[in-house]
Design a protein around this ligand. Structure first.
Ligand SMILES: C[S@@+](CC[C@H](N)C(=O)[O-])C[C@H]1O[C@@H](n2cnc3c(N)ncnc32)[C@H](O)[C@@H]1O
Length: 198
């Protein structure tokens, strides 16, 4: 499993990894973490949670992965090929404002992504997916139609979802991720949050 610290990429030793997680009840995976700002904010605010940020793109992670926090780790991996070392460990999953192949895989219910989410999640894990209008428009869908499709796809593979919740510009401004801030001040400051349990 490849981890990032600053500009360095390191191979994580499987044994040391389990020891590091041993004292944490809540282990949150932030998939498509981008620059890692959300993951870092959570790790700073909740020293008793362990936060794992995953993204396929290493360049954006240089700044926040330098943070010297015991409870924060960034892994370079594709959402469709999550490391097996994460299997059964994760109590909370967040996917904030996905785009590209991450969003595409949610829209078509790609079995590698959907299977990977199920594999890493503990039996009662919680999932939150925040979708934004601009990314769905680029994928050829309205916010509402894209959300419906993803809602249906997640339910079909067993996630018990609640009613979607709208996020307006003010909710986006308060949300501590870099992309949420960009959206809040951009042309289409609308997002929808899906949340549910395995
Ligand atoms: C719009 S950014 C959102 C970043 C962050 N969640 C935020 O709120 O600031 C979407 C992120 O998804 C990542 N991504 C897209 N496809 C991915 C994939 N297949 N696997 C992992 N990450 C992916 C991109 O590299 C990008 O960092």
């Amino acid at each position: 499993m490849e981890m990032m610290r600053g500009r360095k990429s390191l191979e994580l030793d499987a044994n040391g990894w389990k020891d590091r997680l041993a004292n944490y009840n809540r282990i949150l995976l932030d998939l498509g973490t981008g620059d890692g700002r959300y993951a870092r904010t959570l790790a700073e605010k909740h020293p008793d949670w362990f936060i794992i940020g995953v993204d396929s793109c290493r360049e954006n992670l240089h700044e926040h992965s330098r943070a010297k926090l015991q409870n924060l780790l960034f892994i370079i991996a594709s959402a469709q090929n999550l490391p097996r070392e994460l299997d059964g460990l994760i109590s909370h999953i967040t996917i904030n404002f996905p785009w590209g192949s991450l969003l595409g895989s949610l829209l078509v219910s790609d079995s590698d992504l959907m299977g990977g989410l199920k594999s890493v999640a503990r039996p009662t894990a919680l999932l939150k997916v925040r979708l934004n209008g601009g990314a769905l428009a680029e994928a050829g869908k309205t916010l509402e139609a894209g959300t419906d499709k993803i809602y249906y796809n997640l339910r079909r593979v067993g996630w018990q979802l609640e009613q979607p919740v709208m996020m307006d510009a003010s909710a986006l401004k308060k949300f501590p991720s870099t992309w949420a801030k960009r959206l809040a001040f951009g042309r289409d400051p609308r997002a929808i949050m899906l949340s549910g349990q395995k």
